[in-house]
Design a protein around this ligand. Structure first.
Ligand code: G
Ligand code: G
Ligand code: MN
Ligand code: NA
Length: 251
């Protein structure tokens, strides 16, 4: 259809852009990573959400081209950031298991001179519903390159927690819906606390997503001071050019 051919055209002409949302250490206030989020400004329809066009790309064979472009843009941006700051990219579940993904990634890293250790892949929790040998192999191969992994949208899916806890994962990102409800619903606060305890027991880093209010921030400062935080209160996703104002000042 029309949208699909417009997307193909936009990918071919590299008309998609990336926005970056910083992730901070709660205690340190320092940026540890920036999440790369793809943006498409359609010439007639305006901004179209990746929640709409990423699934379209997956269904129509455009996903390889989309992933290639976003990896190139994200690694090229990150190569100019301070060395200690990671770039986190969202990768579609179907992409990860395609045989060409490790080559695609290695190519983007080499082309832009970004060490693999500075790239983190965010994959959705739903990938871990049942044990999957191909997935485990794909993750192992990428980790051998030095790439890190984060589980996105944690708490929204139906993952097998026992299985997930044995995966070689560096970070868990708790879905923003748990933070949204903490001041209205005591069960949400209880759930969030138990997730934070769970992640802590696995010795993984935790990102709490969707921090929008000072009340939420003080809740986290009380019960999980060592967590990482991301959300509109701290910063919206912004263009690469605006990130520089947030970097720590040289001393
Ligand atoms: O940025 P926004 O809130 O509109 O993102 C909507 C959804 O699109 C989120 O689930 C996010 O993970 C996903 N998304 C954003 N950028 C990318 C990308 O570059 N690749 C993939 N596969 N998904 C993305
Ligand atoms: O599924 P994923 O976690 O990758 O989705 C990331 C998206 O969440 C980003 O594109 C961003 O627009 C959105 N987001 C980031 N911080 C906040 C926040 O504080 N509140 C809300 N409502 N959305 C956020
Ligand atoms: Mn994400
Ligand atoms: Na998420």
């Amino acid at each position: 259809d029309q949208l699909e051919s417009d997307l193909a055209e936009a990918i071919r002409h590299r008309q998609l852009t990336m926005a970056y949302q910083p992730i901070f250490g709660l205690e340190t206030g320092r940026i540890v990573a920036c999440e790369a989020l793809v943006r498409w400004n359609h010439p007639e329809r305006g901004a179209i959400s990746p929640a709409l066009f990423v699934p379209l790309a997956e269904a129509s064979g455009l996903i390889d081209g989309l992933t290639e472009l976003t990896l190139d843009l994200a690694t090229s941006s990150a190569a100019a950031w301070p060395d200690e700051i990671l770039v986190a990219v969202n990768i579609s579940p179907s992409q990860l298991k395609r045989g060409n993904f490790d080559r695609m990634l290695a190519k983007a890293l080499a082309r832009n001179g970004l060490p693999a250790q500075r790239l983190e892949i965010e994959i959705t929790e739903n990938l871990f519903v049942e044990e999957d040998e191909d997935l485990a192999k794909a993750i192992e191969a990428l980790r051998a390159l030095g790439v890190r992994f984060a589980i996105d949208d944690f708490g929204t899916g139906y993952s097998n927690i026992g299985y997930l806890s044995h995966m070689p994962i560096d970070k868990i990102k708790i879905d923003r819906k748990f933070l949204t409800g903490i001041h209205e619903d005591r069960r949400q606060a209880g759930l969030l606390r138990s997730f934070l305890g769970f992640v802590d027991s696995l010795d993984m880093a935790v990102v709490v997503e969707g921090v929008e209010t000072h009340d939420q921030l003080s809740f986290l400062a009380d019960c999980a001071p060592s967590s990482l935080i991301q959300g509109f209160l701290l910063s919206r996703p912004i263009p690469d050019a605006e990130l520089a104002t947030l970097w720590p000042k040289e001393v």
